[in-house]
Design a protein around this ligand. Structure first.
Ligand code: ADP
Length: 492
């Protein structure tokens, strides 16, 4: 029986799965790694720990089902995007911890849209390029060593593939492969979205020597073969995608107008815009969705909301209003509406599409009648309203209507949330049985890259929610949300 393997190297855990060619996951294992926070706003990971966890998870999953390398025909990789590593070519030793995407140290005061035309990104604290530059500027001697070719830069996909294909020792006389895929490269601020190559001018401006950057390949192509010694020996790596792109691909959003929303700690939406890198007028990012070797790239618009499931966590952990995240559904279902309560969770300002750093959280419409059931319902509605804003802004940017939103992430367990979303968005909401779309997307990309399958792996039976809300009622609720948002401004 041939199996496809996939690594999902995420912000908190490293997961490894083995799936058959029908999308049935036969084995999995995962390990958490340490979140290193040397000071306020800084978040780091130990790249060596991540590489060790990757091998442990792979070995453990394979052993659990007595599956050997001979049974595994392809390996896919998906990863936390924008997290930046710099290491020594000779020894494989990182010169500094990985600087994580959430880390704010590279925030700057300049115009955030300065590079948006070429890269599709906002120049804020997220992209990987300025994080590499920070390491070169702050580790003694690093910049000079980078210019002399002694150091290599990579996002986590690059770091793992370099180690998998041999690391400092190489493999049977072959050097380890130093590569990345177009989706990860599109998160660096150094890649031109049209040419899909590193751009000399951007590299100069951001301060990253081009010689230390990996080669950019299509997401579905040959990246290399796992080194002979160790786990997964001889398995070809044939699919690599950043995590949000992997979820989009895993959800089968391969056509223009297909969109997915991931409801996790934050909310991440991607809309497939086909062969055009659609520029945003509404604060969305433009990014590469995926590219199959020999074919033109497919682009996406991306919008994110900072506070999604974390509002539920806040109600549970800080206010003690909920005993568990799942209780939000039980409580909210006990009332027909929020009795006029609106929560705007602008804890750190409002992101897409409003971009208001001066906003702070507010709860409006409280009366003596309000109880925790209304608060729970308002929290779920807040997630839906924020999603609606991103969807509507993307529709305006892309010039297309979104009739169906494919969803995944931990919050989609909440069926009431899904119904509210369909109601408030006035669109179909569909959720596959297997919501591990990120790792399945990586497995799908690898399977297609190895010629084993032709389309993304099936994710089981889909549940669908349709809008049951009358138009005037929706308009009334959205107007009340807009009013509450107005009241959240200027508080920060
Ligand atoms: P991440 O990948 O960002 O860590 P997950 O996809 O695992 O997030 O989702 C976890 C988030 O979903 C948490 O913020 C949690 O509060 C929220 N969550 C989990 N289950 C529910 C539920 N039944 N109803 C509402 N929110 C939930």
């Amino acid at each position: 029986m041939p199996y496809i393997a996939a690594i999902d190297q995420g912000t908190t855990t490293t997961r490894f799965i083995l799936t058959d060619l029908e999308g049935k996951v036969v084995a999995h294992a995962q390990y958490e790694h340490e979140q290193i926070m040397p000071r306020q706003g800084w978040v780091e990971h130990d790249p060596v720990e991540i590489w060790r966890n990757t091998r442990r998870a792979a070995g453990e999953a394979m052993a659990s089902q007595d599956i050997t390398e001979e049974d595994i025909v392809a390996l896919g990789v998906t990863n936390q995007r924008e997290t930046a590593v710099v290491w020594e070519r000779e020894t494989g030793k990182p010169v500094y911890n990985a600087i994580v995407w959430q880390d704010a140290r590279t925030n700057h005061d300049g115009d955030p849209t300065a590079f948006q035309g070429k890269t599709g990104l906002l120049h804020n604290s997220y992209p990987a390029g300025p994080k590499w530059a920070w390491i070169l500027d702050n580790v003694p001697g690093a910049r000079q060593r980078a210019e002399e070719g002694e150091l290599l830069a990579g996002t986590i996909d690059t770091w793992l593939i370099w180690n998998l294909t041999g690391g400092a020792r190489g493999d049977d006389g072959h050097e380890a492969v130093h590569v990345t895929d177009v989706t990860n490269a599109s998160r660096t601020l150094l890649m031109d979205l049209e040419t899909l190559q590193w751009d000399d001018e951007l590299c100069r401006e951001v301060g990253v020597p081009r010689g230390m950057l990996p080669e950019i390949r299509a997401s579905i192509s040959e990246f290399g073969v796992v080194r002979r010694r160790g786990t997964l020996s001889g398995v070809p790596i044939t699919g690599v995608l950043g995590d949000q792109q992997a979820a989009l691909f895993g959800q089968g959003c391969l056509d223009r107008g297909d969109a997915k929303m991931t409801y996790g700690t934050g909310l991440f939406m991607l809309l497939n815009t086909g062969g055009t890198p659609q520029r945003s007028e509404h604060g969305m990012l433009t990014t590469v969705a995926y590219q199959i070797e020999g074919e033109a790239p497919v682009y996406a618009l991306e919008g994110s909301v900072a506070v999604g499931g974390s509002l539920i966590q806040w109600l549970r952990d800080q206010l003690g209003v909920l005993g568990s995240a799942a209780e939000s559904e039980i409580l909210a279902a006990q009332v027909d509406n929020s009795a006029g309560v609106v929560i705007v969770p602008a804890f750190s300002g409002l992101f897409a599409p409003r971009w208001r750093t001066d906003a702070r959280g507010v709860i409006t419409g409280l009366t003596r009648y309000t109880d925790r059931r209304h608060i729970a319902r308002a929290a779920l509605e807040a997630t839906c309203f924020q999603t609606c804003e991103v969807v509507r802004a993307m529709e305006r940017d892309a010039g297309t209507g979104i009739e169906e939103l494919r969803v995944d992430g931990g919050m989609t367990d909440n069926k009431l949330l899904m119904q509210l979303q369909a109601d408030l968005l006035d669109a179909r909401v569909t959720r596959p049985a297997n919501i591990e779309t990120t790792v399945m997307g990586a497995a799908s990309a690898a399977g297609i890259g190895a010629g084993l399958i032709e389309a993304p792996l099936p994710l089981g039976t889909t549940l669908t929610w349709h809008s049951t809300m009358a138009g005037p009622e929706r308009d009334r609720l959205i107007a009340r949300w807009d009013d509450a948002v107005e009241r959240s401004l200027g508080l920060g």
